[in-house]
Write a protein of this length. Structure first.
Length: 142
C-alpha cells in the first residue's frame, strides 16, 4: 500500500468521525477542510486566491450571484423531488430524490455543468475534501 493511499484512508476515517458528530448535532452540517495551498507560510491567515475559473464561465465571480445560483439549484432539487409532475424524469434517471441519495464521491465541476446534480446530491450535507487535513485540523474547522 502506498503512502498516498494510507494518507487518504487516515483522512477519510477522521472525516467520517467528524461528519457523524456534526450530523447528530446539526441536520444541515457544512464541513470544510481547506487545502494547504490556500495558506501562506508567512501568514497564519488563509490567502484567498482570485476566482480564476470564473472568467472562463465555470461559475460566477460575483459572490451574490454565485450564492443565488447555488440557492436556485438547491431549491430546484427540493421542488422537483416534491412534485409528481417530474415522475417521468425520475424514472428515466434524470434526477434523484434527495432522500434517495446515500452518498456521493465526485470531483467538483463547473456550476453550469454540475449545478443541478450537486443541488440534489449536496442538499443535506456537504463535505469539501482537500489534500492537507493536517494544515486545518477538523476539530478546529467543525
Amino acid at each position: 500500500v502506498t503512502v498516498s493511499v494510507l494518507y487518504w484512508l487516515k483522512y477519510f476515517q477522521c472525516l467520517l468521525v467528524h461528519l457523524i458528530r456534526c450530523s447528530q448535532r446539526f441536520p444541515k452540517a457544512l464541513l470544510l477542510l481547506l487545502a494547504s495551498s490556500c495558506a501562506s507560510q508567512q501568514s497564519p491567515m488563509p490567502v484567498v486566491r482570485p476566482p480564476t475559473f470564473a472568467q472562463q464561465g465555470w461559475y460566477d465571480a460575483e459572490p451574490a450571484a454565485l450564492a443565488s445560483a447555488v440557492k436556485r439549484f438547491l431549491q430546484t432539487a427540493s421542488n422537483r423531488a416534491s412534485t409528481s409532475a417530474h415522475a417521468d424524469e425520475a424514472r428515466a434517471g434524470l434526477y434523484a430524490k434527495p432522500s434517495a441519495v446515500m452518498g456521493v464521491i465526485a470531483p467538483h465541476a463547473g456550476l453550469r455543468f454540475g449545478g443541478p446534480t450537486a443541488g440534489v446530491a449536496y442538499n443535506r450535507l456537504v463535505a469539501a475534501l482537500a489534500p492537507a487535513p493536517d494544515e486545518f485540523p477538523a476539530e478546529e474547522v467543525a
